[in-house]
Ligand binder design. Sequence first.
Ligand code: GDP
Length: 299
Amino acid sequence: TARLKQGLSKSRDKLGKSLAGVFGGAQIDEDLYEELEDVLLTSDMGVAATEHLLKEVRERVSLKGLKDPQELREALKDALVELIEPLQQPLEIPADAKPFVIMMTGVNGAGKTTSIGKLATHYQRQDKSVLLAAGDTFRAAAREQLIEWGARNNVTVISQATGDSAAVCFDAMHAAQARGTDIVLADTAGRLPTQLHLMEEIKKVKRVMQKSMDTAPHEIILVLDANIGQNAINQVIAFDDALGLTGLILTKLDGTAKGGVIAALAKTRPIPIRFIGVGEGIEDLRPFNARDYAEALLG
Ligand code: GDP
């Protein structure tokens, strides 16, 4: 958790300092609750999660007869853990789904390609065979990046010089089935939820995958840059409505003070957070753990 704490230091610095102010008073009163509300709202938790946490803290105060404002920190932490714990569902790869197909989506720059590299390494280290589908066919550079990365790390990359994303993914799945590969990681082009034709295109990619294997894609992950804060909610809703997301990866938590957004996600569209990114290194993509996260965020 030391690494996670370091990663979330920006969020904690901001939130922690403000909370120290709120909990530094002499008594638990309405003024305190109002200040707490303001602090939570400015940490990107959003209205629904903030209201929820306040109610939970009040309940804990009356249930346990708390008098000392300092005790609220633990009460808040416990309430936050309870709220975000449903999102803690690590990605399981069942042995009978072979290949296990993971489709990655998201806007440009969210961290899809980087996360694919990290995941490929993560699974290789568990002795699983991995194949990458260079499905970002809009940017030649993205394809090149994946091919180069695959060559350096001894991972097969399926790509096409011409052809659309669906065709590349279809090819990759056939190659994986023929070789008995354990996991397919499919990259796709970055897109905004407002680019309706591109949202139709990614639905087609999913349909084509289903045609080549009924149970695929087994996992549809939206990669989100934590820096976008509350906008993450709209993105999750739009991609989930279009594709039926099964998981999220929240990246760049190391560079932002918007770590509270996870509470907002839990309250509005509770899709499992499979991994969080807290840096650029391979080790910096880690499974989401609610307790560790709350500790790292609230101190
Ligand atoms: P894509 O367009 O979605 O494929 O995004 P990329 O994978 O190319 O990532 C965009 C940038 O974000 C790159 O410079 C990555 O190194 C960086 N990045 C991705 N994940 C993280 C993270 O968790 N922390 C930090 N600090 N940078 C990240």
